[in-house]
Ligand binder design. Structure first.
Ligand SMILES: NC(=O)c1ccc[n+]([C@@H]2O[C@H](COP(=O)([O-])OP(=O)(O)OC[C@H]3O[C@@H](n4cnc5c(N)ncnc54)[C@H](O)[C@@H]3O)[C@@H](O)[C@H]2O)c1
Length: 343
């Protein structure tokens, strides 16, 4: 199977491409390369194979680019809430319009499978109850709104010739060379390593589901190979019920993996994003899928990487490991224009 993977140079994409190739798939990548300045480690042999990659913007993909592919795994978007809020107009142009247009082109050239990386942030400000895929969505940001709109518009394209699958991923964690320190477990682990102190800026009461980056890759892989009837037009929350935590519990789990690290709480915050997610459907209905890792495993693996590379504070703070910082830098230095195209 030849898979067109967009966002192949991102945090998840850098793990996904070798993951699929190891399982016998051919990958053709695409990425605009916004975060290419950041590469945390190079000594993992499993990541040695890199796919042929088009250095191109999602908004410029042509049907020609997609010819010969059997499936699309679509990851290339502005990839979190703060990033989306930074410029809602560009977020809509890339994340909503760009994604729907990619799906249309894929369908036009006869690609039958389209796996979309949505997000549990579509649930927005929840009540703390467990939400499953039938729950009302409640997006709080441009990023989450776009995820809902893509699910709606691409969902409508599902028919006997086209099987889109929507993976609502929990917040990812775990090592990737194209590191992100703007996701909670990675951030707190780096804080614990560099300062031996996790000073939370809030009281840590909101709920967050989290999922290991390799378990996201497994969900994408299983969505690519599942029988069409098992996945066509379906939405799956990606994670496991046991990996729903309050932020303060996450801080404790991380601290336990970094000897000598203390945790302090701050005042209640104005951030009202809090949700617990039910992950029964993916385990029951996506053939072969299960999660292999827990938050504790992720924190331990991160400590092992930080130890191996003797990670410094400067590396933790480096702009390219925090998506919003890097895009602001590319704008301030006029490397990208107001629409986020390279100049
Ligand atoms: N990491 C998470 O916690 C998480 C959780 C839920 C959903 N997701 C979704 O998974 C996908 C991948 O997330 P990630 O963490 O790897 O993000 P990332 O920011 O690390 O990677 C996204 C990649 O897409 C590329 N990209 C962005 N806009 C592009 C454009 N216009 N044209 C071409 N390439 C472009 C970037 O250069 C980057 O390499 C995203 O759609 C994200 O919303 C991620």
């Amino acid at each position: 199977m030849k898979v067109f993977v967009t966002g192949v140079n991102g945090y998840i994409g850098a793990i996904l491409a070798p993951y699929l190739m190891e399982r016998g798939m051919t990958v053709l990548g695409l990425d605009a390369g916004y975060y290419r300045d950041g590469w945390l480690y190079s000594d993992d042999r499993r990541l040695a194979s890199t796919p042929l990659t088009l250095n191109k913007d999602l908004r410029h993909i042509t049907e020609q680019d997609l010819q010969g592919c059997d499936a699309v795994a679509h990851l290339a978007e502005l990839s979190n809430d703060p990033l989306g809020q930074n410029n809602p107009q560009v977020t809509h142009a890339i994340n909503h319009a760009g994604s729907v247009s990619l799906a249309r082109k894929a369908r036009a050239v006869g690609i039958r499978r389209f796996v979309y990386t949505s997000s549990c942030s579509v649930y927005g400000a929840g009540t703390g109850d467990f939400l499953d895929e039938t729950a009302q969505v409640n997006p709080q940001t441009a990023y989450a709104e776009c995820k809902v709109l893509v699910e709606r518009d691409v969902g409508r394209m599902a028919d006997t010739d086209f099987s889109p699958v929507f993976l609502r991923n929990a917040t990812a964690y775990g090592p990737s060379p194209r590191m992100r320190f703007d996701v909670v477990i990675n951030d707190l682990s780096a804080l614990a390593w560099t300062t031996k102190r996790i000073a939370m800026i809030s009281d840590g009461s909101p709920w967050r589901p989290v999922v290991h980056v390799q378990d996201i890759c497994e969900a994408i892989y299983r969505s690519l190979i599942a029988p069409e009837e098992a996945v066509r037009g379906k939405i799956f929350n990606v994670g496991q019920n046991a990996d729903n935590y309050r932020i303060r519990e996450i801080a404790q789990i991380v601290a336990a993996e970094f000897p000598g690290c203390e945790v302090t709480a701050g005042p209640p915050s104005g951030d009202n994003r809090s949700y617990r997610v039910n992950f029964d459907r993916i385990h029951a209905e996506l053939p072969g899928f299960s999660c292999r890792f827990t938050a504790r495993d992720g924190a331990r693996q991160l400590r092992e990487v930080f130890e191996r590379i003797q990670m410094s504070s400067d590396t933790y703070q480096f702009r390219a490991f925090t998506r919003l910082k890097q895009l602001k830098y590319l704008q301030a230095t006029q490397q990208i224009d107001g629409d986020f195209f390279w100049r």
